[in-house]
Design a protein around this ligand. Structure first.
Ligand SMILES: Cc1ncc(COP(=O)(O)OP(=O)(O)O)c(N)n1
Ligand SMILES: Cc1ncsc1CCOP(=O)(O)O
Ligand SMILES: [Mg+2]
Length: 358
């Protein structure tokens, strides 16, 4: 677009230039305002530093694209009292039914405004139009990240105890363990057994489904989206080298939980971008269940806790003697295996873990 403030430099007739100026002015305001509402929500309501930064960077990018337009000419074209739209109010304009409605309404406002800016920018500045298109695509990803994070944060309580169990030596032993964990009020049970055959694993999964159905305990399958689907599990947990979040969702359909293991802040942020429902963070301490060469430890717990609010479960060697250290590092959700599964009274250990987190 021209640097000059002379509207005729755009090569448009003056009447069209005024209406273009009004449109750009209104759409720019709408986009910035919608973006601000969302940013305020994740900043003050959610305390999410990572999402706040992502939204802020979109706002700055948008501001620099809008600088290309002749803002003075746009503002000079402004005619708020002559705007026929100000007196047409939708029925729901002054009501928001909760945070999800608030966020969705403002993402829609942002996306519609970006589309309007993009289409009108095509008349005068192709480069600006392309940059507005990129901003609109980014807003779609941000909508997914923000809504998934806020929904997930409400789905996983805090403090929270998540227990990984294997198929045990017999059906009875498995049933006893699963029953004790549900009775103890464990928030999540993950079935993780890499050594038994699929038919046995499915049978254990079906039993676990029965024990957890109509309780507050969620059932997650380790690695296996196919078996999660067959047994009607609530979700799947995958590692960095396994199925991606979207691949798991393509097997399970929507409405199921997908957890991702993370070993660095960058992986945790990527899990947010990918739309995971929660993350495992670790390994925290040496584990008797799985061996590791490196331990990001409590430093990673602290780092993730300050950056993101997607629910994170610290994992690896956590037991009643060190669970409080994890909570002090900023994460009050833990995933454990050995200390509970190998205990003579698993329910009692769960109670100790809960009190250490509280
Ligand atoms: C809650 C939770 N966090 C991390 C893991 C580890 O998953 P992964 O890295 O895929 O390793 P395996 O469990 O497959 O050996 C987990 N299972 N659960
Ligand atoms: C599967 C897995 N991934 C990281 S640690 C771990 C096992 C957790 O078990 P424990 O609580 O016994 O260390
Ligand atoms: Mg795995």
């Amino acid at each position: 677009m021209s640097d000059s403030h002379n509207p005729n430099d755009r090569g448009l007739p003056p009447s069209m230039d005024i209406s273009l100026g009004r449109t750009l002015d209104a759409a720019a305001n709408r986009a910035s305002e919608g973006l601000r509402v969302i940013e305020d929500f994740v900043r003050y309501g959610q305390n999410d530093r990572f999402l706040t930064e992502q939204l802020k960077s979109l706002r700055h990018e948008l501001d620099s694209t809008l600088q290309k337009f002749d803002r003075l000419a746009s503002i000079q074209s402004r005619d708020t009292f002559g705007d026929v739209g100000t007196t047409i109010q939708g029925k729901l304009e002054h009501t928001r039914h909760g945070w999800s409605d608030l966020l969705t309404a403002n993402f829609k406002r942002l996306q519609q405004a970006l589309r309007s800016l993009e289409e009108h920018a095509k008349l005068i500045d192709g480069e600006a139009a392309a940059s507005l298109e990129r901003a609109r695509y980014l807003s779609y990803s941000l909508e997914k990240m923000v809504l998934t994070t806020v929904t997930a944060a409400r789905q996983f309580a805090e403090p929270s105890v998540y227990v990984l169990i294997d198929g045990q030596a017999s059906v009875d032993a498995f049933d006893r363990l699963a029953g004790a964990l549900v009775d103890a009020g464990v928030d999540v049970i993950q079935l993780r057994d890499k050594s038994i055959d699929d038919r046995t694993l499915v049978a254990r999964g079906e039993l676990l489904r029965k024990r957890t159905a109509n309780t507050a305990t969620k059932m997650i399958f380790n690695d296996r989206a196919d078996l999660a689907k067959v047994t009607g599990a609530d979700g799947v947990h995958v590692g960095q080298e396994e199925l991606t979040v979207s691949q798991v969702r393509s097997v399970l359909g929507t409405g199921k939980l997908v957890g991702v293991s993370t070993h660095s802040l960058a992986q945790a942020q990527q899990a947010v971008r990918d739309g995971a429902d929660y993350i495992g963070i670790g390994p925290t301490f040496p584990s008797t269940t799985k061996s590791f060469e490196q331990f990001p430890g409590l430093d990673l717990i602290r780092e993730v806790a300050t950056e993101i609010t997607l629910p994170g479960f610290a994992i690896g060697g956590i037991d009643p003697t060190n669970a409080a250290l994890v909570a002090e590092a900023g994460i009050k959700r833990i995933a454990v295996s050995g200390c509970v599964a190998k205990a003579s009274d698993p329910g009692a250990v769960v109670a100790q873990l809960k009190s250490a987190l509280a």
